[in-house]
Ligand binder design. Sequence first.
Ligand code: UGA
Length: 439
Amino acid sequence: MKISVVGTGYVGLVSGTCFSETGVDVVCVDVNEEKINLLNSGEIPIYEPGLKDIFTRNVEKNRLSFTTSLKDSLIDTEVIFIAVGTPPDEDGSADLKYVLGVAREIGRNMNKYLVVVTKSTVPVGTSKKVKAAIAEELKTRNVSIPFDVASNPEFLKEGSAVDDFLKPDRIVVGVETAKAEKTLRRLYKPFLMNGHPILFMNILSSEMTKYAANSMLATKISFMNDIANLCELVGADVDMVRKGIGSDARIGNKFIYPGTGYGGSCFPKDVQALVRTADEYGHSLDILKAVESVNYRQKEILIKKIKKHFGENLKGLRFAMWGLAFKPKTDDMREAPSLVIIENLLKEGASVVAYDPVAQEEAHRILGDNISYAKDEYDACLDADALIIVTEWSEFRSPNFRVIEKLMKSNTIFDGRNIYDPEEMRELKFNYYSIGRAA
Ligand code: UGA
């Protein structure tokens, strides 16, 4: 079997690489020539644990290749995945110009039956537009070539994308014909060995599933952040409350960790897009609107705590920051809470020295020299008035506090991820502030 994957971002590159691991021939397509050259030279442009090994193995076996020509990729291809970006436009709706552009190009170049699968996260109803765009191009060419459209949303998490792809909890596929279902079942069969299901449904339900899943997860997080803030006010401990409610299987103990607000390229964008879709249908998704505003507020929670400790004037203070990426095991800085915290500190005249194990290059691209970058976590602490923990990289979990204490001007830590035990920090004589627990 041969397939094409258009778009070599996180989703496209991980999907294409993992499909090739099952023995399928995969051609990945991207308009960005620089990226394709990089991939053809054996390099991958993103940091994703485990990806490089599978990538190298399958490139060497000639099962995985890269091109800028969608037309060439179509030769002998049975299935083509659209995995290009859908950035939010000004009002938060997903911008479909890349997805529909690819659909048109497929229509202009296909010569035999194809299953065209949308993998990008797209608003409910997009597959109909993809179908119409392809049909229009075929009509312009005055040819009649059969094709099917399908929707196959991705549930991979950055940082564990390869694992999520190889061992999925479930695969969701929206189809219109038995023929498309049969082809996609064959393609996905190797991934179903762990007993988890492939769920076929109609296309609209499949498109909706993706948004509902991300929105539900974002809701859990905002809910817990709100509860954590209340815990502090009443003197409760959110760690215990989290365990207390998470042990109820109906609630579950995943995705209920409070923090500095959710970030990344998916939750903020998808929550916004679903709210806009509902608005278009005259339906107000009030819960999700609250989820968004709670998250916005949460990104500033550490600033509030910092001001409560140091007073409103932060001028001249030096802050060490551990973690810049929106979460561990990625270099992704999109919508990262660190950006909001840094912006506020700089606005108040403070300075920031940051350390992140992998996101520093990406941070420098965005922030330039507005902050300084340390060579390791201890280096960042030198002469700092306080340490702020924004990303819970595992290497931050058991540092040598005695060394930190010697390096810093004052023993003060603002922990946005609750990675230390407040009791221990008290014994170590640190001013320790975390989320939803007694200071
Ligand atoms: C998310 C979903 O988890 C994936 O299933 C989905 O496929 C993906 O979006 C997507 O739509 O492409 P991702 O954005 O990579 O994946 O990251 P998550 O691990 O879900 O984390 C999102 C944010 O929530 C992070 O900022 C994280 O720190 C925060 N979070 C997560 C919490 O604050 N508390 C938690 O308990 C869990």
